[in-house]
Design a protein around this ligand. Sequence first.
Ligand SMILES: [Fe+2]
Length: 216
Amino acid sequence: MSDCDWLVTNESQCVPLEGKAQSIATKTYWAEKPYRLHRFLTDVEDIIWHESDDRVRLQKICPLVRRLLNSSEWILSNFSLPDPETGWSVQLHYDEPDFPITVQTVAWAPQSVSPIHNHATWGIVAMLDGQEQNTFWKRSPTSEFPDLIEQTGSHLLTPGDILCLMPEAIHQIKAIPQSGRDANGDEPTISFNVYGVTDYDRRCEFNLAQQTAAIF
Ligand SMILES: [Fe+2]
C-alpha cells in the first residue's frame, strides 16, 4: 500500500494533492469512532455547500474517503464482477435525484482500456485492488482540429492510492493485475469512486485517431 493522494488539474497535470494535515487528536478520534456511509454523505454535502472551489473540495473530501474506507470495511468487498461483454461493472452505493454526490465501486477486467474522457465534475478514485495505469491528456486545439488533445503524462495507481480529478482533467485508464499476481489471471481492478454533479454538456469522449470529441 503506497497510500498517496494525487490531484489531476484541469490542465491534466498529475501532482501531489496538497491539504491540511490532520492533528493527532483528529487521527485518534477518526481511528476510534466508526465512520459510516450516511455520515460521509452528510459531511461531503456540507463541504459542497460551503466551498465552491473544486480544488479545495477535493482537498477536504479526500481525507474523508480514506476515513470511510478505513472504517467501513464492507465497502471493500461490495462490488460486482466485470461484465464479460463490456469488461467492467458499476456497483452503485448511493445516488439520489438532486443530491450532488454519486458513490460507487467500479471493477475492470484485466487489460481493459477505457475511452479517453473527462468527467465534467470533480471526482475521486480510490484504488482498492489491482492497479490502474492512467494516461493524461490536455486539450491542444488548432483552427483545423478544435478537439485535438496531447498527452501530458501517465501515472500508475496501486492499492491505497487516491486520484482526485478536476472537472476538465482528461484521462484514459488501463486495468493491470497487481504486481506479483498472474498477469494473465482474471482478478479485476477495483476502485471506489465519488463524483459531483456532471455537466453533461461538457463531458466528452475523445477520438485520438480522428482528433474529435463527442458528448456522452
Ligand atoms: Fe474517468
